[in-house]
Design a protein around this ligand. Sequence first.
Ligand code: DX5
Ligand code: ZN
Length: 216
Amino acid sequence: MSHLIAPSLLSADFTNLSADIDMVNNSQADWFHLDVMDGVFVPNISFGMPVIKAIKKYATKPLDVHLMIVQPERYIQDFKNVGADILTIHYEASTHLHRSIHAIKDAGMQAGVVLNPHTNVSLLTELIKDLDVVLLMSVNPGYGGQKFIEHSYEKVSKLKEMILKRNANVLIEVDGGVTIENAPKLVKAGADVLVAGNTVFGSDNPSLTIEKLKQV
Ligand code: DX5
Ligand code: ZN
């Protein structure tokens, strides 16, 4: 399988969202990446259910919803109801992660855990077989357009090793500071899904940029 591309709408034009959704629909992108921030788990506040519900009406590709909120287990059914296909929650925000992951699956979504840059991938050893996705943050969450943390390559390789060793069926997704320059190295290290916000929406030709990210 070739790697997947998930443009992050955090960097899209919110005054003309339907145009950017159409662009992603008609591009080589695979998923929509949607960043939900609560101003508590991360310093920033982004958007929530009503906006995702509106996006779902236009989007023809799966919605990959990244929750940067405390107590994400409180909102699992709500995100299912507004159209999330993949729901990822932070290791650092969920005390009963095993229960929450299974609640996401029981609600009919693919389930993933997100690790902040400081969180060791070895903490997922006991849970890896239960997951569909592991999302590795390659910046500190909260904002688009930040600089990629170089140590992330090593985390991708380490996670890939664990997945192969345990014979788990899990996608490795990388989020934050992904560019056309670092994408080849990430894919080589084992990344299956690349999230890109600023690289896509900050470029002159977003659709072509997605094509370039897809072809690395
Ligand atoms: C950051 C978000 C990212 C963000 C990525 O907290 O999780 O998804 O939109 O943006 P870029 O690709 O610009 O770093
Ligand atoms: Zn994200």
